[in-house]
Design a protein around this ligand. Structure first.
Ligand SMILES: [Mg+2]
Length: 411
């Protein structure tokens, strides 16, 4: 029945998949249902990326060594991760959620914010809409999620973690402040240890304490982020669901090399690394570019070029081809200090591009999207061209706890 209460001024919903990777493994391997499952990075992986609730009941945690986990739970099932499968399901879920509202922010591979403010007359009360979110996720994936509903992002995220698995928690916007007040500030997503320590010096331990200090204190120390956390703690997080992010002026990556590097393979490895980084960042924000700066720093200054491609790209493969060609043409064996690759005209994709895309670019673009999803979750360059996986001076760190990155500072 439709709630006849007044619509909320803002309805923000956070959808968080429950033990996403482990849940996918349990669903695809019926024998693993209701059993302790730990997902590791391939068969050889020794660190647990995530685990099922049954495993968590034994005290198994993300980041734990498999060996240690087996001591807690000898019957633990090791599931080698299948990132492509997770990416596929994630993509389906996010696409399905768009049927509820296009105001959707894909926050990570298994989390999304929805701004349902404008859906209330059509879809019902905030509670009704939250139920629909769970239903849509369940229909499209067969999996459960936890949903938090409130009037701002921070409170919605806080609400979502209160009831897991398969939870639905609603905190009315006018109750957000009092609900958060007794909680430690560290319970709020985005307030890390460093910020918490700073606040402690001013007597701010709980969210409720935040009111006792002027906004200027965190603002002076952390700028806009400081202003935001002051509001966040009071259930008044002003940040909107980021559907469209303004294109930045340029997107570039450079790296300082061991001084006077003069090995071609090393230089190309650095170029490929930077090409992939720039391309991944373009794709993360659904940008493409056609105008690129390529630079190699030698003793006398920069060997450099600006290249305009005949069509837009977000493919590291293509960028690296330009870098390679540039190196072959302009580098004469001198010592090199630094490389730089910059997209000079990042912009959102033109609709027309979708139609002129050849089959091959479509295939590359599908592949790239999937790889991005995986790397977002597991850490940068978990999947990368062979040359980069072998690169010696740039350790390939796999981060089990994914954090948002990119030009947009998300807290
Ligand atoms: Mg989750």
């Amino acid at each position: 029945m439709k709630d006849l209460a007044q619509p909320w001024p803002r309805v923000i919903i956070l959808m968080d998949m429950n033990c996403f990777f482990a849940a996918v493994e349990q669903q695809d391997n019926p024998f693993w249902h209701n059993r302790p499952v730990a997902v590791t990075n391939g068969k050889q992986g020794t660190t647990i990326i995530t685990s099922s609730y049954e495993a968590r009941a034994y005290g198994i945690k993300t980041g734990m060594r498999l060996k240690e986990a087996r001591q807690l739970c000898p019957e633990l099932i090791q599931a080698p991760s299948r990132p492509y499968r997770y990416a596929e399901i994630s993509t389906n879920i996010m696409a399905a959620l768009q049927s509820i509202t296009p105001d959707l922010e894909v926050y990570s591979v298994d989390e999304a914010f929805l701004d349902a403010t404008h859906c209330q007359s059509l879809l019902g009360s905030p509670l009704d809409i939250a139920k629909q979110v769970k239903q849509v996720v369940s229909n499209v994936s067969g999996l459960t999620c936890s949903v938090g509903v409130s009037g701002d992002k921070t409170t919605a995220k806080y609400a979502a973690k209160l009831h897991k698995p398969d939870g639905l928690t609603l905190i009315e916007p006018w109750k957000a402040e009092q609900t958060l007040a007794p909680q430690a500030v560290t319970e709020i997503s985005g307030i890390n240890k460093g910020i918490a320590n700073f606040l402690k010096d001013y007597g701010v331990i709980t969210c409720g304490d935040m009111k006792k200090i002027p906004i200027s204190i965190p603002a002076k120390r952390f700028g806009n982020v400081g202003r935001r956390i002051w509001l966040m703690a009071q259930g008044k997080d002003p940040e909107s669901v980021q559907v469209n992010v303004k294109p930045p002026k340029t997107i570039g990556h450079g790296k300082v090399m061991p001084p006077q590097t003069n090995e071609l393979t090393t230089i190309l490895t650095y170029f490929q690394h930077m090409s992939e980084k720039v391309a991944a960042r373009l794709r993360k924000h659904q940008y493409k570019a056609s105008h690129f700066y390529i630079g190699l720093k030698i003793q006398q200054g920069w060997l450099q070029t600006k290249t305009r491609l005949s069509s837009d790209t977000d493919d590291g493969h293509i960028l690296f081809a330009i870098c390679r060609q540039f190196t072959m043409q302009h580098w004469q064996g001198q010592g090199v200090w630094q490389v730089q690759v910059t997209a000079l005209d990042p912009h959102t994709e033109q609709q027309a591009d979708l139609f002129i895309d050849s089959n091959k670019t479509q295939q590359r673009s599908k592949l790239n999207t999937t790889v991005d999803n995986i790397n977002q979750r597991y850490g940068e360059f978990t999947i990368a061209p062979l040359r980069l996986i072998d690169r010696s001076s740039m350790p390939n760190v796999i981060a089990p706890a994914w954090k948002p990155f990119g030009h947009r500072k998300t807290i």
